[in-house]
Ligand binder design. Structure first.
Ligand code: FAD
Length: 354
């Protein structure tokens, strides 16, 4: 098949690598398009992921993930409503995502500096067009329940880093969080995202308190509404993948691994795209549950009775998938104890209705 991959983020880079001959779905004629010129190519992301899980995707591209790790976490300090809790980590790392994507892209036919606005821009030259733009530029806009959290992030250099491991501060109204992800050699990604647009202010307070030399800046919203609200996944010759169709874990804004999982589903069902769409809905159905839990929190409203079962479902899911997310929930006195965490969230939210 002649395939166009639009967008060279994690899903586009992985798919272009695999479709060109590294996957069981056979070699296709693949041309990829990226809106940024090569020298200005920027992937705005905190570069955090679970090393156990991502390694399998690296291997499929002939890469050794360990070589991209910048910092391996031991503990994450979480500040919520003035209380600090610690989560022991099990595989959460930061990695050099730029170099990782660059190495996946090696040997591929990529047209950097090509902003593709619609299917027509590609002049009917392809049998299949993959929208890996994150923004779903080639698919219809989401009409209802679209939620995108605005985020900004700096790469900061410290003489004396304020934290030696991962640090996260949950905003008082629960509508977002600030992150400090160490990158090694005194550098860190420091960023924040907030549905209520308070992220710039919380970041400024952080910089006023801890200083640091800002080196790079980037901003981008992250889509957190789950696949069930991001339909259609296909239109004409276009099929969506990754953040374009909502494969971001809503509670964390974590999209690297889910986007790779979604890309693998597309590779497995390239000859049956209806099946691909139903598999995405089925395999990411839990993201709908997590979103239903999160939505009232973002609005500052929690109804304990309504949300007790959802809270439990979310926490049990995360507890059962510790290596997937890279941190432990409730296994020791130092960890995030689910019930005390919920209790803290309840007290932090603006309006608690019981
Ligand atoms: C500030 C921030 C921090 C984050 N931190 C983390 C984290 O630590 N861990 C984690 O797991 N997830 C994180 N995420 C989420 C994660 O980065 C994304 O969900 C994931 O990268 C989505 O991958 P994707 O390939 O679907 O899209 P993207 O990574 O968004 O890639 C899309 C690509 O398409 C290109 N493009 C867009 N439109 C066009 C067009 N019209 N024509 C051509 N090219 C186009 C873009 O330039 C980009 O290169 C973060 C997100 C943000 C915003």
């Amino acid at each position: 098949m002649k395939i166009a991959v639009v967008g060279m983020g994690v899903s586009g880079s992985y798919l272009s690598n695999q479709l060109s001959g590294n996957s069981g779905s056979g070699a296709h004629q693949v041309t990829s398009f990226e809106r940024y010129p090569k020298k200005k190519y920027q992937c705005v992301c905190a570069w955090g992921t679970s090393k156990h899980y991502i390694s399998r995707y690296a291997e499929k591209c002939g890469l050794n993930f360990d070589q991209y790790i910048l910092h391996e976490g031991g503990r994450m300090l979480v500040s919520i409503g003035g209380t600090e809790v610690e989560a022991p980590l099990c595989g959460l790392v930061t990695f050099d995502k730029h170099r990782f994507l660059h190495d996946m892209q090696r040997g591929q036919k990529i047209r950097f500096g090509s902003f593709i606005r619609s299917e027509e821009d590609l002049n009917g030259r392809y049998d299949l067009i993959i929208d890996a733009t994150g923004l779903r530029t080639l698919l219809p806009r989401i009409q209802q329940r679209e939620v995108m959290i605005p985020c900004v992030q700096y790469t900061v250099k410290y003489q004396d880093p304020p934290f030696d491991d991962f640090y996260v501060e949950i905003l008082e109204d629960m509508s977002g969080y600030l992150w400090y992800f160490p990158l090694g050699n005194g550098r860190a990604h420091v960023g924040a995202g907030d549905l209520n647009h308070g992220h710039q202010a919380i970041l400024q307070r952080f910089f006023d308190r801890y200083g640091g030399e800002k080196e790079e800046f980037g901003g981008k919203p992250v889509r957190i509404c789950p696949p069930r609200y991001c339909q259609p996944f296909r239109l004409g010759k276009v099929v969506g993948v990754g953040e374009s169709i909502g494969t971001v874990f809503p509670l964390l804004g974590e999209g690297i691994i889910p986007t790779l999982q979604c890309s693998d589903l597309l590779l497995s069902h390239l000859d049956d795209l209806d099946r691909y769409c139903s598999e995405v809905l089925s395999q990411f159905s839990f993201y709908g549950t997590a979103y239903n839990f999160l939505e009232p929190l973002l609005r500052g409203e929690i109804n304990l009775l309504d949300h007790a079962s959802l809270s439990l479902a979310v926490l049990m899911h995360m507890r059962a998938n510790e290596t997937r997310y890279g941190f432990r929930m409730g296994l020791s006195g130092l960890s995030i104890e689910p019930l005390s965490f919920i209790n803290q969230m309840m007290r932090t939210a603006n309006k608690v209705r019981i």
